[in-house]
Write a protein that binds this ligand. Sequence first.
Ligand code: ZN
Length: 306
Amino acid sequence: MIFDAHCDVLYQLQNDGTKDFQNGDDLHITYQQLVDTGAKIQCFAIFLSPRVKSHNRFDTALEMVDLFYEKILKPNPHIKLVRSKHDIDNLKDNEMGAVLTLEGCESIEENLVKLRALYRLGLRSVGLTWNYANAAADGALEKRGGGLTYFGQSMIKELNKLKIWTDVSHLSEKAFWDTIELAEYPIASHSNCYRICKHPRNLKDDQIKALIQKNGVIGITFVPEFVKENGQAQISDVIRHIDHICSLGGEHHLGFGSDFDGTEKTIPRLSRYKDYEILIESLLKYYSARQVKNFLFDNFVSRFPQ
Ligand SMILES: [Zn+2]
């Protein structure tokens, strides 16, 4: 059973109406691959391209929610909307769950009513930024590296009240520290270790330790440039990030957030959902079946909001 904390299938479906979630060959994740590969929970992100003009942002987010319902849930009665840990526990053996998440809160437009509206539509995890600054915080690639704004603080307080995840992936380092202080349910849906690959999107050791301290989970991601600085990243390099988090005491605090369909470049033999099988085979050479099950599923599921 696999829990994958981040993918951009909705973004792909929105950009190109010809892409086929059921069984197309132009998506990293399809229904058929999820079924064939033992998927149990897949998170689907609402992500707005920075090109979307401000007056269109909430509408665009709603369009992606609509795609989530029309293209993911409606044609596939075996995929259930997951709103709570209880929903996950209630999935039958032949069912899987889909979680709606937000990557960057541009569409909220400093309006917590819009956040709560998305929550009522199923939203259960919120990343405050993508790579750049917005009303809530600075992202990892914003040069000035600012922290949380006053609005960002109110966002996190609201997420705590709603009891849903605050996702620290993509935040600037300063915004990370501001967030980790406030957030009661922090995760990093798709981030790797800076110690292994020096990229501003990755987490430094003290950040990883803080997430562990806060009972959070870090989703290891397969984006090649976050896996290895120079040369072709391989599955063995992904495992180095897992080893490193374990060495920091994070065996029960790591999972996966593939970023499938959010990245054009992929790792050889880890370039579509079905390749989880190859990753699992490699993991089992170094870790026990119990540990691998924790990484793939239990660590994220056990922290899923009630
Ligand atoms: Zn991302």
